[in-house]
Write a protein that binds this ligand. Sequence first.
Ligand SMILES: Cc1ncc(C[n+]2csc(CCOP(=O)(O)OP(=O)(O)O)c2C)c(N)n1
Ligand SMILES: [Mg+2]
Length: 308
Amino acid sequence: MPSTTYEKLFYQALRIRLVEERIIDLYPSDKIQSPVHLSIGQEAVAVGVCQPLRETDWLFGSYRSHAFYLAKGGDLRSMFAELYGKLTGGSQGKAGSMHLTAPEVGFMGSSAVVASSIPHAIGAALAAKRLQKDQLVVAVFGDGATEQGVYHESLNFAALHQLPVILVCENNQLAVHSALEARQSYSILDHAKTYGIPTSKVLEGYDLVKVQTAFADVVQQVKRSQAPHWIEIQTYRYKEHVGPGDDYAAGYRSLQTLHDWQARDPLLLDQALVERFKPAIVKEIDDAVAFAEASPVPGREHLLTDVI
Ligand SMILES: Cc1ncc(C[n+]2csc(CCOP(=O)(O)OP(=O)(O)O)c2C)c(N)n1
Ligand SMILES: [Mg+2]
């Protein structure tokens, strides 16, 4: 089992990667009843961000949130069952991969609509402030989400009302099939500064310890200031935007960029640690998949339950 902080971070990141690699293996069987947006390549962001948070701190994510769900402590059996559309899933099979939730560990929700969970996080931070809760709120969003109007409304509101919220831009430099340079005339970080929100940036989003250390500092800062902070973490998505495949033939990015990121990826570089931790993780994944497979599908009687 992992002992040092580095090993613990590595174990979690490897667990996330192996879960998503199992999803890739299972996908052609059509047992997974949901589109999947994989975070392979981006695991260190989720692990480094979630490690300094407590269960009582709330995190809101996007449709690309398997990594955050798991890093925040979401149950693996429940996740596979949700992907399979089974009754034992976190949302009884009604939500799927893009809308995972695990409120019992502070993973408050994710959404298919780009940027839509950012205002939810802002509202939660407003409630935390008004109710004087000892709680931080984190909103995680992509570089593409910063192009949405509601992102700007959210930053303004958070700054104006000095809310205890951390805004995390998980910048993989891609939105579907377009590179950042083809979409944005502004610097995301410089723009965030114009709201008077303190900012930071991590260029090495593959480095588990760097992300974790930088984010732990931000957590301390926001606990002290009870005011918003904005952080950008650079990372790279290895797989296609949605689905289990590759899309390097689509022409919007190069294999060279992938290889540059892979050359710094600890999960590829440290094979000794991978070999040490893999058997226990594979066992856990086998168990979760078997649980999902054996679980019942929802019946007609469940169609309208828990639906507003
Ligand atoms: C409001 C809205 N507009 C457009 C889409 C289609 N869409 C899905 S993902 C995506 C790109 C988002 O990119 P980014 O925020 O960088 O997240 P990433 O996929 O890179 O994690 C778009 C435009 C959507 N789901 N919602
Ligand atoms: Mg992106």
